[in-house]
Design a protein around this ligand. Structure first.
Ligand code: ADP
Length: 482
């Protein structure tokens, strides 16, 4: 089975969030199941630099945004197809935002070109390779579903659109349609119009043959006005085509037994080494965590979605319980300065690093006792999965993938010996504070805590089950298209 995966991010070439992890991990996870994936991505400088010397170059006929080339080859173990258009993608830094922190004004052309190319490769093939199916990720790939349906020359392969986060919808003024060559006839609420604007994700939701999202709970939530962000109606109308498939994590890169980023290695069978990481993390962040209280950590984008304003609200109560906090994140300037101020106010007890630091994110997971993820919504969430793998018990909002991956330490779960973390609901300060209190209580009971740590570390968080689920959806789609 041959699959063309289309995305704006792919680990290790470009990453701003979980989307990149998933796109980068799926090819390796699907290969043993007989699925050969090629990933079509934009030629950002970091991607171009990673291409091998023997990469093949294909000339491309005109795309939105002007002349371009397609460069194909194997990089970091992934078969990549790279849209090389310096005019659109030779810009370093964040893939969507310019230096002023605003969306690039030509994002419709940049990702429109990616979509157009995806549809062309899918229908015409490239150098004898033609996919049986196209897997589109998020709004940046959404328009490809439309172009696959519009092309009348030959039957197109079926498409699956995966929603990694409905908050990002790729909305543009109606005028953008002209430069993209989109038919006026499709601009209506049952087509790609979203309240007077052109919606890339909307197009994907309407025209893809199947839709998936990254957890069963988020799939259900997306059909409600509270979570669907205006798209709940269209998603509900396609509920028969919708699946929820949990993300996995790369258990090689995230392995406390061999992780090169951490201070001492450990495992579920031999967890003693975790203590050395706690010391290293404390030193790195100038913390003096009290022995009797847990060291909580956060590794996150600092945005409203992630609910970290709630953590700021309950911080005094947390510190009064003898707990400490280590935070690594960046984003909203108000949240950045509020956490910086919290660190200044509580030296030794609150440590804050503002920025992006892959290596430190590993040490945070290894060194902390628990990880806090109080998201208002969370399609899947990866940091709680890393937390489970590293025996860093997750304290999570009961939403999306957080609800599906963490087993709350309620009485029944404790009695049954299955608890792996702490959940709270609704997403508000008081329930979060209660969950953090429960975590502090559990931490004080060494036998209980160490049992939960071992169980969390054995919880399956790899890609195996999810890769099989994707392969299953792929097969169904290909069979029904045949
Ligand atoms: P989202 O995709 O919504 O940002 P996820 O939990 O799905 O949330 O994925 C976030 C990913 O980004 C994780 O791999 C996490 O470790 C990483 N991450 C977030 N913030 C930082 C940071 N400041 N430094 C390093 N890695 C980070």
């Amino acid at each position: 089975m041959k699959v063309l995966s289309v995305a704006s991010e792919c680990v290790p070439f470009m990453k701003t969030g979980g989307l990149a992890d998933v796109v980068g991990a799926l090819p390796g996870a699907l290969a043993p199941l007989g699925v050969g994936v090629r990933v079509l991505v934009p030629g950002y400088p970091s991607m171009m630099a990673a291409l091998p010397e023997d990469a093949e170059v294909h000339a491309l006929a005109r795309l939105p945004g002007g002349k371009a080339r397609l460069v194909t080859g194997r990089a970091a173990g992934i078969d990549v197809m790279v849209l090389d258009s310096p005019r659109l993608f030779d810009r370093s830094g964040n893939p969507y935002l310019g230096p002023d922190g605003r969306d690039w004004p030509d994002n419709h052309l940049r990702f429109g070109a990616l979509c157009r190319l995806a549809a062309r490769i899918a229908v015409d093939g490239l150098g004898g390779w033609q996919p049986d199916l196209v897997h589109l990720h998020d709004w940046q790939a959404g328009l490809a579903a439309l172009w696959l349906k519009l092309g009348r020359r030959r039957p197109a392969p079926p498409s699956l659109l995966t929603i990694h986060n409905i908050a990002f919808q790729g909305l543009f003024p109606r005028g953008a349609m002209t430069s993209l060559g989109l038919p006026e006839a499709g601009f209506h609420p049952d087509g790609f119009e979203f309240f007077g604007q052109l919606g890339f994700l909307k197009a994907g939701l309407v025209y893809a043959d199947r839709i998936s999202t990254v957890s069963p709970t988020y799939a259900r939530e997306l059909m409600s006005p509270e979570f669907g962000m205006g798209l709940h109606g269209v998603i509900d109308s396609r509920r028969g085509a919708l699946s929820g498939i949990l993300n996995g994590i790369d258990v090689e890169a995230w392995n406390p037994e061999s992780d090169p980023h951490i201070a001492s290695r450990y495992s579920a069978a031999n967890p003693a080494g975790k203590a050395g990481n706690r010391v290293a993390l404390a030193r790195r962040l100038a913390l003096h965590p009290a022995r009797e209280g847990p060291l909580f950590c956060v590794v996150s984008r600092l945005t409203r979605q992630k609910g970290l304003d709630l953590l700021l609200e309950v911080l005094p109560r947390l510190l009064a319980r003898g707990a400490s906090l280590a935070l690594l994140g960046s984003g909203d300037p108000d949240l950045e300065s509020a956490f910086r101020a919290a660190a200044d106010d509580h030296p030794g007890r609150v440590g804050v690093v503002i920025g992006w630091d892959e290596s430190l994110s590993h040490l945070m997971q290894a060194g902390a006792d628990a990880i806090v993820v109080p998201s208002r919504f969370e399609p899947c969430g990866l940091t709680q999965l890393f937390g489970l793998r590293y025996g860093t018990l997750p304290v999570v909002a009961r939403t999306g993938g957080l609800a599906d991956t963490v087993i709350d330490a309620n009485e029944a779960a404790l009695r049954a010996g299955v608890a792996t973390g702490f959940q709270f609901s609704p997403v508000a300060a008081a329930p979060l504070a209660d969950a953090l209190d429960r975590a502090c209580d559990a931490f004080a009971d060494e036998t209980l805590w160490s049992g939960m740590v071992r169980r969390a570390m054995r919880h399956p968080v790899g890609w195996e089950a999810s890769a099989e689920a994707y392969a299953g959806v792929y097969s169904e789609l290909i069979e029904s298209a045949a």
